[in-house]
Design a protein around this ligand. Structure first.
Ligand SMILES: O=C(O)CCC(=O)C(=O)O
Length: 307
């Protein structure tokens, strides 16, 4: 067994047993503050008139037949784009609130294109040490980074065979029960099967869900889930590791405080895992997925990410 450099064995074991882990103070107060103020700067710089919801005055969701909105989302994997709350504009295509409060996330290539986010994701020795300690990935790559101001999130992106997705979620502000701290169903990666995936639909039809079980089975699985979610308040700079198959959620923000977080996903790369062609986010010619480690790491397959 190789020496651990960043995590304790208990922490590694916790990711495997309950499928999430909070690592307090992963970023220093200064690093966190820099990312938070930079995120706010990005919001200030956002030219709302460039957004398709305002420019073309279309309804913008991922669920409806809406080509402009779909395109804005589907081609965001190698860009920095702004996603608005569903009720952000009125019937004339005008923002109801100030733009800084209308955006629920910024994504999805912050870790590639923005030096501040690149530093904590692709140029971070602590992160590399942590990844080696986990022994989940041989040759991990980063994809789909976002600043989440507070939104409800759909799981299932970044599907690989075998499954290898691990979320890295860093609180940039205090997260409490009132402003949407994450909560988890511990160990659900082993007990609750994935019932659907969020995918890019064929023939340019946007995005949608693919059921992985029959509707009856889905209902049975849903009915069998006990609502034993554990709320995990955390502090600015804390990192939360989220196994790709653990059930988790965040409630509505009912407070006066925002809850900014920076998150990205890490997956195994070929030949160790196959990236699914139905994933909404695909590497582009302009941007492939960046490797986290310089050389392949040792992996402990005895209880890997496949939950
Ligand atoms: O930030 C949130 O509220 C949800 C985040 C989440 O579900 C995720 O990153 O997997």
């Amino acid at each position: 067994m190789s020496t651990l450099r960043y995590l304790t064995q208990d922490q590694v074991d916790q990711v495997r047993s309950i499928a999430y882990l909070i690592i307090p103070g992963f970023l220093s107060a200064q690093e966190t503050e820099e990312l938070l103020s930079h995120s706010k700067q990005l919001l200030d710089d956002f030219d709302v008139n460039d957004h398709p919801l305002v420019r073309f005055h279309t309804k913008f969701t991922t669920g409806e037949d809406n080509h402009v909105g779909d395109d804005y989302f589907l081609t965001s994997g190698d860009k920095i784009r702004y996603f608005l709350e569903e009720d952000a504009v009125d019937k004339h295509g005008k923002l109801i609130r100030e733009k800084q409060k209308s955006v629920n996330k910024i994504g999805h290539a912050l870790h590639e294109l923005d030096p501040a986010f690149r530093k904590v994701t692709l140029e971070n020795e602590s992160l590399r040490a942590l990844v080696r300690d986990l022994k989940f990935h041989r040759d991990p790559v980063a994809l789909q980074s976002m600043v989440i101001t507070k939104q409800t999130q759909i799981g299932g992106e970044g599907y690989t065979n075998p499954p290898s997705a691990l979320g890295f979620w860093i609180a940039l502000e205090q997260c409490t029960q009132y402003n949407g701290a994450l909560s988890f169903l511990p160990g659900s990666h082993l007990t609750v099967p994935l019932t659907k995936r969020f995918i890019r639909l064929p023939e340019g039809k946007g995005t949608g869900f693919e059921l992985l079980v029959t509707p009856d089975e889905e209902q049975k699985i849903k009915d069998g889930i006990k609502d034993d979610y554990v709320l995990e308040p955390c502090k600015p700079g804390d990192l939360v590791l989220i196994h790709g198959s653990v059930l988790h959620k965040s409630e509505r923000n009912t407070s006066a405080n925002t809850r900014f977080a920076y998150t990205f996903h890490m997956i195994e790369s070929p030949p160790f895992a196959v990236y699914d062609e139905k994933n909404w986010l695909q590497p582009t010619q302009a941007m492939s997925f960046s490797h986290i480690l310089e050389e392949a790491a040792y992996v402990d397959n005895s209880y890997g990410l496949q939950g």
